[in-house]
Write a protein that binds this ligand. Sequence first.
Ligand SMILES: CC(C)[C@H](C(=O)O)[C@@H](O)C(=O)O
Ligand code: SF4
Length: 473
Amino acid sequence: MSEGTLYDKVWDRHAVAELPTGQTQLFVGLHLIHEVTSPQAFGMLRERDMEVAYPELTHATVDHIVPTADQSRPYGDDAAEEMMAELEENVREAGIEFSDPTTGNQGIVHVIGPEQGITQPGKTIVCGDSHTSTHGAFGSLAFGIGTSQIRDVLATGCVAMEKQKVRKIEVTGELSEGVEAKDIILEVIRRLGTDGGVGYVYEYAGEAIESLDIEGRMSICNMSIEGGARAGYVNPDETTYEWLAETDEFADDPEKFERLKPYWESIRSEDDAEYDDVVVVDGDELEPTVTWGTTPGQGVGVTQPIPAPEELPEEKQDTARMSQKHMGVDPGDTMEGYDIDVAFLGSCTNARLPDLRRAAKIVEGREVHPDVRAMVVPGSQRVQEQAEKEGLADVFREAGFDWRNAGCSMCLGMNEDQLEGDEACASSSNRNFIGRQGSKDGRTVLMNPQMVAAAAIEGKVTDVRNLSEVTTV
Ligand SMILES: CC(C)[C@H](C(=O)O)[C@@H](O)C(=O)O
Ligand code: SF4
């Protein structure tokens, strides 16, 4: 059993009771809700004539179904309008703060929590969304939960959970140019598998993690769930504190910041903490990574050959064959040169300001390939506003990208942004499952935002490190 880790400390601080089931009842410091997974839970509460126990610890946004082009109400899609109306009613009745599109604070749930400063180190955070692990970048303990758990948290402010083991993932060295946080996590999932993290929480540590900005840490924690871990975290440090000091919660209340900081520091994993497992990844060795298949674990360095199914562990071979057929790729080839039809720069993995800044640098002075439709969907209205102020939106527009409003968009295609037919998409999101982007024959290639920008320009998967050789417009 792990000991002295952030996970152990935060768990113990929030444990209310040990249940006969062997689970622990944990107090929840922040419950984030969105339109897709909360309606049923509110319905269950109503049936039992119960009220929301801690509306002040609950925060709502709308992200999955919001149109990213025309957002006038009622929404063009009736189902989307209905979901939005239901959320509006639920939050009004319960007195829950709602970052709706009229506030300027709306966005993907895993982008807005951090930017508003309500995601904090040492907090337990839950949301009916698998990528809640994102918030672990701040040293919070953040889990995705299911509908009945959402109901429990709404009704009691607590959730029942089984304690997990802790695996330390130590990323040594320094990332080279063109290599990003996204490449670290794609490599972790490639090595350990999409179910390698089942039963574990991942603690990301080491030089390469410490030198990442908070947004990079979010990209990594975000995809913990794609590696099977329910949660992932990074110990809070100066990078974390500097970021937090600028947020709504603390910018005008430095005293509150000073009051909380000792707690944040106290929950860091001890130097001599004990882990259930340790995995070391050499950050110096990494190159931009892309997926060749239909799970996030099917990744490969952009210059490396796509593996033959026979080379993979037995249990992965059938899926690999099926994935390669779906994607139309052959073992031995590289992904470099794979034609793409769509470029999607968005999602809770990679649609924050630094992501857009890096991608815009690649795009500047170039043009989107004529056969590609390319879009940028900022992670939040605040990201959108700031990107517009900085001139990033103009860079993208001038190059031929569509500049959209904030939401989940083509990450999962629950709104009108979808792949058509067997279109191939270079995507900065986190899932490449068959049908994920709205078309059952659609093909998704996951990669970092700079690589998406390069693919948009070249019309094919491109090693962004070679792009300087490309003729600029
Ligand atoms: C809609 C929601 C339940 C889902 C999730 O849990 O992750 C979505 O956000 C996703 O990324 O597939
Ligand atoms: S952006 Fe994608 S992964 Fe993130 S919450 Fe939305 S649908 Fe889920």
